[in-house]
Structures are given as structure tokens and as C-alpha cells.
Design a protein around this ligand. Structure first.
Ligand SMILES: [Zn+2]
Length: 137
């Protein structure tokens, strides 16, 4: 059976995590299908790449990750919190550095993140205290 070239699936009205696809946006410069989405939290619309949605890469405007971080606690990191897609860049690189320079740092970024919490605004960096915990200074 001959297959025709795969068409872009139209994602309008589909839901991905907390996001609902409103309508198709103009393609990106790199010719990716883009969509206007609305997040359940009411933060307004934003434009995301269609493939980010279908691959499960983007599931919220970022609020999901923020809520998870606010709740802290390891049990909250098990349910998809701090997924790769929503990992905060700054905290993630701090974790990588911590693993590089210190012993006994957890290999689980979610767990690490639940312990140190989100980085404060501005020029902050992660330091290890005398009791072995990490904190932002
Ligand atoms: Zn949101």
C-alpha cells in the first residue's frame, strides 16, 4: 500500500496536560507548526511548537513546575513534576555543578530540586552549608 506524505496533524481543540490548543499560529522561522495554547491556570495564551505538545514535551505554561517546587517534598516529585521539559535551567546547572564538585549529591534532579527549591531572582548561586545541605545565597 502506498502511503502519501504524512500531513501535519491539526491539534486545534486538543488538550495536552494543562494546555488547550486554541488555533494554529503562523509557522516558526524554522517551518515548525506552531499553535496558540491556553493554560488552565489562566496565565493567558502562549505559542508553542506542535511537536512539543504531541511529544509530551510541553504540558503547561510553566505553572505546573512552579507549583511542584512550591509544594516541595519528595512525594510531589514523583508525579511528573520537574520533568525534563520543565526543568528550570538555573537549578539544573547548579545541580550538575554540585554533582561535579561535591560528594553525595543525589543523582535524581527532582529530588535535588525539591530540597534546594527554586533559585531566587538575580545573581544567586548554590552553596553547601556545614551540615551538607545546599542553599541559595
Ligand atoms: Zn499555567
Amino acid at each position: 500500500m502506498k502511503r502519501t506524505r504524512k500531513k501535519y496533524r491539526d491539534l486545534t481543540n486538543e488538550k495536552f496536560g494543562r494546555l488547550t490548543v486554541l488555533y494554529r499560529a503562523p509557522n516558526s522561522d524554522t517551518r515548525h507548526a506552531m499553535y496558540f495554547v491556553e493554560c488552565k491556570c489562566g496565565s493567558g495564551t502562549k505559542i508553542v511548537r506542535g511537536t512539543s505538545l504531541t511529544s509530551g514535551f510541553t504540558k503547561s505554561c510553566g505553572c505546573y513546575q512552579r507549583e511542584c517546587a512550591a509544594k516541595r517534598g519528595p512525594e510531589n516529585t514523583k508525579h511528573g513534576c520537574a520533568r525534563r521539559s520543565e526543568q528550570p535551567i538555573k537549578e539544573y546547572s547548579a545541580w550538575r555543578d554540585a554533582r561535579h564538585y561535591h560528594d553525595g549529591v543525589t543523582y535524581d534532579f527532582s529530588r535535588f530540586y525539591s530540597l534546594v527549591g527554586p533559585a531566587p531572582e538575580g545573581r544567586s548561586r548554590l552553596c553547601r552549608t556545614l551540615d551538607g545541605a545546599f542553599k541559595w545565597v
